[in-house]
Design a protein around this ligand. Sequence first.
Ligand SMILES: [Zn+2]
Length: 424
Amino acid sequence: MTHVYAPPIYEDETIYSYVARLHIYWAETSHRRTANRWFGKSPINISQSLPIGVNYLAEATGYSTEKLLTHHTLYPLFAGFCTRPDKLKSTMLSSSGRDVANVSNIAQAGLRELGSSKYCPECLEQDKAIYGIAFWHLSHQMHGITCCPVHSICLRNIEYSHREFHLPPQVDVCPRQIASTHAVRLTYLISRFQFDYLYGQTDCLEEYEWEPMNLLHVKHQFKGHNVDMSLLMKTVSELSQVLFSSQILTQNVVHNLLHKPAYVCHPLKFIFLSYAIDQLPTKPIQAAVAQSKNVELHEQARLQCIRLLKTQKYSLREVARRVNRSVVFVKTIASQAQIPFEKRTQFITFDITARIEAAAREGASRRVLAAQEGISVAAVEQIIQSVKGLSEYRRKLRKSQRQESARLALQRAIQNNPSVPEMN
Ligand SMILES: [Zn+2]
């Protein structure tokens, strides 16, 4: 290969932008010739964020592939989120980029409308003042970045064919638009990820403080043991609409991002979910603890209920009493656990009433009667109350029973101690 002199690539410049400048400096009219000169092939698709043909360009310009790949493409960030970073690297180095969209998860992401070339009108003025030419900045190109990280104004979008090499407009006098707070914050977060991955923190992904599940724990966004999905999805949907005018996360993707540690997807989906979670309010810790405690108690009652129902020894009412819950609760648990239970209503027949009345006259305790007849203590009490004079009779009976037992105790005491003089 002929090694030709090439001017330096600027800091934060994309490879696409660099070749667009070379196209102008070489005063070439044919994009194919430019592609052949710098990539050894034409036509070739060179995207702003994940270009291919890096090896050839490195040799043609004298730069190291490592420098071009890590400082002038979004390879470091995408490598941190794909299953085969080595495959992504070799694809970007080669001149055949058929796989780059698949390997980097861009193809499956459904974010095509966010992938146009972007520039900041203020950076444009600044670059012209410093370098004499406006170029494409890498920090503007990531999907999801909608404003300039330096000037906080909205970026302009332009659709160019990736087979041709164009610089951004060199003049832009249209009014600047201040970016929304969400746009600025999300841009900052994406830039932070880019920076962190660039400087090799990709191997501590699980410990990353922006990991969605960690954030949910910090915010106490749980209903019992499960993530409170209703509020989360509402926030995700509203933010997505405000920022991108479209939905970039389905509930299924959110679920996978939260529950499948090995789930891979486009970095924007992960970062955007982290951002959305960060916008959720933090539930008060007491409420969260109380809530989880309630859930724990509910679970204990449920398990105890199932245990008691399985013995088939107790009525629904008795189970309810033992677990300190309503009969409806016990019925629900029995149905859920598919444990058969008697559905008949316990009627108190005349026979039962007669037996209870007779036994009550003998002084039997309400609790014993309730257990014998399989009805509640309250029902026994109700029957006793319904018979005129029975309650009073039982009170007198108990009183005389107590007097009798006291008399017997006294008699025993006198018999056991004959020396005690008899009182007159
Ligand atoms: Zn700017």
